[in-house]
Design a protein around this ligand. Structure first.
Ligand code: ADP
Ligand code: MG
Length: 465
């Protein structure tokens, strides 16, 4: 009977949804009017409860009309650290044998992660731990990535997923590829590096050719899944599939590493549940490159260039000048060294400060305005008005909380690029019309009420500091 119920579920929600959410649901028992089902994770349980509980019940009732209750429980609670014995055997050993051993044992092969059913995204052989410069702004991200890369099959997983975020050009891709190279250097583990786009493409292609099962199996046969630029993951079905993959891997004690240009809470197009699952591991931000780090990166680039151009040198004052003036983006630092190299080779001249000033003019940008976060707004507004941040997020409607809350929403709208619904969500799950009302209210008041407008100005200054 259970298989007939499953059949009904499958045809009512479709194969895709079924395999994403119900494939791992088991029947525990049936007692008169109530049915007891189980799933392996709390996450699956809550997802099925909120989205499909009516469906599940009606599919049962179609088979057994007396059923009026379906209980869903979590089979074995899964914690982040999954002991080795619970990790299912990998399904990949056969493919391993077919691969030339040189390719397996040698991390320097410039191919993407070894995977037949699913090609990884291309890897850049220069992006390794050896060439990654560690400084204050990336110490934690580097340590976490290193830890992941050095893990062995079956080791307890310390943090899952590892989520690294930062602005563009600050080393996310470098770190992720370093993890992939290091992981694949040994024969033991399988690390797959995919951009979110590649993940979508792989999934869509698999759907078209009816091989989506193979795609899913392939994904599940790896030890570490590395996904870059997650902010580009789009489309309901791929997101559901991503979510499913994430669950399956994490539950099996496999490591997931993700990079994106923003924190999980700000991935607006992603489903709430994916966001919270992503936020549930270790989230590390890489701050903009500090001057010491910029200097370190420049030096390492010069050293790298000298392996082919032994006479190339960049005097210390030039390096310092570049580190001071080229801010934020690692790509620009690399570009600057490349230009100096090209210029000095072509003209057969040593690098001078003057040459540097001329060559990198366009890379020097006035420092960009600071990106303000909603949390900072809430924190600073709360402090100014002597209320707590949780008061701002609460449903309390007393005047001493309502006004600061409105001011905070107003600042969130004017100082960040977040949408009204997003702001509402970040303020304790309020409706976008509430946010709009607050914004209009404060806009109206600042033009009349000088005390308020002074307060708002002072808050803006504090936030921009
Ligand atoms: P993101 O993926 O965050 O946009 P990338 O990883 O592509 O940034 O980095 C941009 C460039 O800066 C790359 O050439 C990278 O090697 C270099 N880079 C960034 N951070 C570092 C670092 N800490 N050490 C060495 N190179 C770095
Ligand atoms: Mg990148």
């Amino acid at each position: 009977r259970w298989s007939r119920v499953k059949g009904r579920l499958r045809s009512s929600v479709g194969e895709d949804v079924y395999s994403s959410w119900f494939a791992r649901m088991d029947l525990e028992s049936v007692h008169d009017e109530s049915v007891h089902l189980s799933v392996p994770t709390r996450f699956l349980k809550s997802w099925i409860q909120t989205h499909y509980s009516d469906k599940v019940l009606s599919c049962w009732q179609a088979e057994l009309p007396e059923v009026n209750r379906v209980d869903l429980t979590v089979r074995s609670p899964v914690r982040c650290a999954t002991p080795a014995k619970e990790v299912p055997a990998p399904v990949e050993s056969r493919r391993d044998e077919q691969r030339p051993s040189a390719e397996r044992s040698n991390g320097a092969t410039p191919v993407s992660a070894n995977h037949d059913a699913l090609g990884g995204s291309p890897l850049d052989p220069r992006l390794t731990f050896a060439s990654f410069v560690v400084g204050r702004s990336n110490t934690l991200a580097h340590a976490a990535a290193k830890q992941v890369a050095e893990g062995r099959r079956g080791d307890p997983v310390m943090f899952n997923p590892l989520y690294i975020h930062s602005g563009v050009g600050l080393g996310k891709t470098h770190l992720l590829q370093a993890v992939t190279w290091a992981g694949n250097a040994g024969t033991e583990r399988k690390v797959l590096y995919l951009t979110a786009e590649k993940f979508m493409y792989g999934f869509v292609a698999a759907l078209k050719t009816q091989t989506s099962l193979a795609f899913k199996e392939a994904l599940r046969g790896i030890d570490v899944l590395v996904i870059d630029d997650l902010q580009f993951l789009q489309g309901k079905t791929t997101q559901a599939e991503f979510c499913h993959t994430l669950n399956a891997l994490i539950d099996a004690g496999r490591q997931v590493v993700v990079a994106a240009d923003r924190p999980p809470a700000d991935l607006e197009s992603l489903d709430e549940r994916v966001r919270s699952r992503l936020a549930g591991g270790l989230v590390v931000e890489m701050a903009p490159l500090g001057e010491d780090l910029r200097l370190g990166i420049l030096r390492s680039r010069v050293v790298a260039a000298r392996t082919h151009h032994a006479s190339f040198d960049v005097p210390q004052p030039v390096l310092e000048y570049l580190a001071r003036t080229i801010t934020h983006n690692g790509r620009d630092l690399e570009g600057a060294i490349n230009r100096l190299l090209a210029h000095s080779k072509l003209n057969n001249q040593p690098v001078t400060l003057e040459m540097a000033e001329h060559e990198v003019r366009d890379l020097i940008r006035p420092s960009e305005p600071k990106r303000i976060k909603i949390e900072d707004i809430q924190r600073i507004v709360a402090r100014q008005y002597n209320v707590s941040r949780s008061d701002l997020l609460s449903s309390r409607r007393t005047a001493n909380v309502v006004r600061p809350r409105q001011v905070a929403m107003y600042l969130a709208k004017t100082l960040t690029l977040r949408s009204l619904p997003e702001i509402g969500r970040r303020f304790g799950g309020r409706d976008h019309t509430t946010v709009l009302h607050a914004v209009r209210k404060i806009e109206g008041l600042v033009s009349k009420d000088t005390t308020l407008s002074d307060e708002v100005e002072s808050l803006k200054r504090q936030l921009q500091e």
